[in-house]
Design a protein around this ligand. Structure first.
Ligand code: ADP
Ligand code: MG
Length: 608
């Protein structure tokens, strides 16, 4: 038998490749708009006929193409944007595959008019099914106009699969929105069947969103701002009370490119936890700027999915900054039916630096062995909320609690405890867990994590809003440290003092500690300082929320009561009370589970 393998003719190969890039008119819109942006346009018009089935036209005032480039642009893998694979990690443009125009030209009638600033005459080109049918010089202005007519004219199967005009127009509008939102510095117009749908002037992000989504949107937006080494986040989230059941407006942009990312979506949704009615969707428009080499946008042909190097940290930062934004807004603007004292102060206030006041705790005895967990009862700055107050906060939740099973975490309520007034049935297990009985079952609390959570919220509050109490040391502690570590501590001095950590540098390698946060045991000082120094090497921008957040988390970790330490009855009761007065009691700052709830029902099942 003769050999049977043959190379496909170019136009067939192009048609097949086109299927990857162009699924529907909206794909053409996306590619053409992105090319115009890449060309540095400041004004772009999109003109559509019959939902793009008859015509998709994009006109820009960008840099245009030379005659040769105009022809080259339609070759497969022809691009001016990268020259080798390394460039993929330093992309400044939307396109880079050099496939879009070749693909479009394989399955439509395409005409191009383009001129560069420096040329007298422009170029006019007509291409049908990958073949150039006409090329001539033309008088035109700087920029490019591409018209794509009769999409899929030579691929009937694809044309048949197009949806109704309404659906295809919706898809086009979505693409237009995505490009427009990411580029407020570009003026954009969009008309469909001779009706102008959008005329967006050059503006800023907020104004652009409002121009697209309607004037009413403005009052619904809460700004989100955060800058860390890993990512700069800006944008807006919708106020919770405007969330709707219909799929919300949810936009992520990474380096000005619209992306979909389930994991980050989850980060935002979880930041809204407890603020939305069931099944309501949060709205968000978040712009993430990440270093170009920390993101791989190359994993999907149509490039809406991306992969980040450090998704876990990104998740934490996105979640924290959205939470922060919502917290700030809730404090400034409305009352979420909660007592303000229970809000973790996520707002970051720039305080006037005052010289630290050292309050001496008269009860403090450095010689007593505080083997058991010392409570904050004597801390004047931290008022322990009265149980009755937060009882009412959670009132009505206990019917719901009987419906959940062991694995599900629920918001806890005092009224869930077996008998609030009588001494609670509470005991320590293996010097690691606190067991407390509930009406509906029992609670197993991880003592170290619970304390860490409590301390974290207190410390964050101290760093950001209200100075914490310092306990003065009778015998100041002198530490010899490497010079660079001393300088790190000096940089953090303001924030550390807020927590009650008072120190002086005596020489460039000696630090003298004169006061400690009331919750910190002296023996843990070296360890806590070491963690702080190690963490600061992550180099978060000074004065940012993340830095305070991180410092609080680090200190909390270092200060929390350890597994293996025994706790008195009173200490356990206090810890449980404080834990459930926290804004978030289920997870540590690092996202680890703090307690589990075992219901009577699930116990019953085990005895079946
Ligand atoms: P890519 O955008 O991936 O490079 P395309 O097939 O979309 O591939 O475009 C091929 C090339 O044609 C681009 O690299 C660019 O040089 C040129 N080009 C396309 N559209 C325009 C435009 N509107 N203005 C100027 N140059 C353009
Ligand atoms: Mg392109």
């Amino acid at each position: 038998m003769s050999d049977i393998i043959r190379l496909l003719p170019d136009h067939v190969a192009n048609q097949i490749a086109a299927g990857e890039v162009v699924q529907r008119p909206a794909s053409v819109v996306k590619e053409l708009l992105e090319n115009a942006i890449d060309a540095g346009a400041t004004q772009i018009s999109l003109i559509i006929k019959d939902a793009g089935k008859t015509l998709v036209q994009v006109i820009d005032d960008g840099k245009g193409m030379s005659m040769t480039d105009a022809r080259m642009a339609f070759e497969r893998h022809a691009t001016s944007k990268i020259t080798n694979a390394n460039d993929l990690f330093d992309l400044h443009t939307k396109g880079f595959r050099g496939e879009a125009l070749a693909s479009v030209a394989a399955i439509a009638h395409v005409s191009l008019k383009t001129k560069r600033e420096e040329d007298d005459l422009g170029t006019f080109l007509e291409i049908e099914g990958s073949k150039v049918v006409n090329q001539e010089p033309v008088v035109t202005t700087k920029g490019t106009m591409i018209s794509v007519r009769n999409l899929f004219y030579n691929v009937p199967a694809r044309r048949k699969f197009l949806k109704s005009d309404n659906v295809e127009l919706r898809n086009i509008t979505d693409e237009f929105h995505r490009v427009a939102m990411a580029h407020p510095q570009v003026g954009l117009k969009f008309s469909s069947n001779d009706t102008e749908l959008f005329n967006l002037p050059i503006s800023n992000y907020r104004q652009r969103i409002v121009n697209i989504m309607g004037a009413k949107t403005n009052e619904k937006l809460v700004p989100v701002e955060e800058e860390t080494e890993l990512v700069k986040i800006s944008g807006f989230v919708g106020k919770p009370e405007f969330a709707r059941k219909t799929k919300g407006l949810q936009y992520f942009f990474v380096n000005d490119r619209f992306i979909k990312h389930n994991y980050l979506h989850h980060a935002v949704t979880s930041a809204f936890e407890g603020l939305l009615k069931e099944k309501n969707n949060p709205t968000y428009f978040l712009f993430l700027d990440v270093p170009k080499d920390s993101v791989d946008i190359n994993i999907h042909p149509t490039k809406t999915e991306v992969k980040f190097d450090d998704e876990h940290s990104l998740y934490a930062i996105v979640r924290a900054s959205v939470k922060h934004a919502l917290g700030q807004f809730s404090i400034n603007a409305i009352d979420f039916d909660k007592e303000p004292q229970y809000e973790v102060p996520y707002e970051y206030t720039k305080k006037n630096t005052s010289s630290p006041k050292i309050e001496v705790n008269p009860d403090f005895n450095p010689f007593s062995n505080t083997g058991s967990f010392s409570t904050n009862k004597s801390t004047p700055s931290y008022s322990k909320p009265a149980p009755q107050a937060w009882e009412s906060l959670y009132a009505g939740l206990d019917e719901a609690s009987t419906l959940v099973d062991e694995t599900e975490e629920v918001s806890m309520t005092t009224s869930m405890f077996e008998d609030e007034k009588v001494t609670r049935n509470i005991f320590q297990l293996q010097r690691k867990f606190i067991i407390s009985t509930l009406k509906s079952g029992m609670l197993v609390i991880h003592q170290n994590r619970a304390h860490e959570r409590v301390l974290y919220e207190q410390l964050l509050k101290h760093i950001t809003v209200q100075r914490g109490t310092s306990q003065q040391l009778l015998f100041p502690l002198r530490l010899n440290l490497p010079v660079d570590e001393v300088s790190i501590l000096t940089q953090l001095q303001d924030q550390l003092e807020q927590t009650g950590f008072i120190f002086k540098t005596l020489a460039n390698n000696v630090v003298e500690i004169v006061g400690l946060p009331i919750q910190l045991k002296e023996k843990h000082v070296p360890e806590v300082l070491e963690t702080i120094i190690r963490d600061s090497e992550l180099d978060l921008p000074k004065e940012s929320f993340s830095q305070s957040d991180r410092l609080a988390a680090t200190m909390a970790r270092g200060m929390a009561i350890r597994s293996g330490e025994s706790m008195s009855q009173e200490a356990m009761e206090n810890l449980v009370d404080e834990l459930f007065a926290c804004k978030e009691s289920e997870l540590t700052a690092q996202g680890k589970k703090v307690f589990i709830n075992i219901t009577g029902e699930s116990l019953n099942l085990k005895f079946n």
